[in-house]
Every structure is written in C-alpha cells, then in structure tokens.
Design a protein around this ligand. Structure first.
Ligand code: ZN
Length: 131
C-alpha cells in the first residue's frame, strides 16, 4: 500500500490552484470533474504522489457539506492497493468500517472510503489503478 493522493476541500479550485502552484513550484495542473461524486478537482503532481484540490459542483455534493460544517482543509488521504476487494475483505475482518461499497472512480479506478471513526478521525480512500 502507498499514498496515492491527499485531497483538500476548497471553496474555489481556481483560486486555490494559484496559491498551491506558487507554494509548491508546480506548473502543470490537470482538471477533472467527477459528476457522480459532485466534485471538480485540480490535480497537482508531486514526485511521489499527488495533491488534489476539490470543490463542490452542486449543493448536495459531500464536499459542499464538508465545507459548510468544517470549512476548507484536509478532506481525505488516499491509499493505493493492488487488490482492493481483498483489502476491503481483510479490513472488514479487523472491524474496519466503510462508507459504501467498492465503486468505479475516475479513469478506470476503483475506490471506496474507510469511515473516519475507524482511523482516529481521518477519512481514507482506498483505491486501485488498473495497469
Ligand atoms: Zn481521493
């Protein structure tokens, strides 16, 4: 398992991306909208990982709810695994709770989320990238 990305909830991706590009000295940014999750994402590639800035695209987006209750900030960390179904099964066996089943993410990935109560207050995404 390794860290795939760190996701940060922001009010405006366009605003936040300017500051992050400056702070991290990054030129290239990819943008992506994931309608099924109600988010627009700016992806900043680091040497060994990515930072994703996320803004809500609609009022019932989970990111909208997060911003309303907690404001901008760290939303989740994502852990990549080669065998997401196997990991979910193993973790469930240890009493880890999940938010939803394994489902399609962007670009052919599979994702699910581990309940923050199972990880001492941190929301974690488990993700799988096809080769
Ligand atoms: Zn994520």
């Amino acid at each position: 398992m390794k860290i795939d990305h760190i996701a940060i909830a922001v009010n405006s991706v366009d605003e936040a991306v300017k500051e992050y590009k400056q702070a991290l000295g990054i030129q290239e940014v990819e943008f992506e909208t994931i309608e099924s999750e109600g988010v627009r994402v700016a992806i900043l590639h680091l040497k060994n990982s990515r930072i994703e800035l996320m803004e809500p695209t609609r009022d019932d987006s989970p990111i909208k709810k997060f911003l309303t209750s907690r404001g901008e900030g760290l939303h989740h960390i994502a852990l990549e695994t080669d065998n997401i179904e196997g990991e979910v099964e193993r973790m469930k066996g240890c009493g880890i709770r999940f938010l939803g089943d394994v489902r399609p993410g962007s670009r052919g990935t599979k994702v699910t989320f581990i309940h923050p109560k199972s990880l001492h207050g941190v929301l974690a995404e488990l993700c799988y990238h096809p080769e």
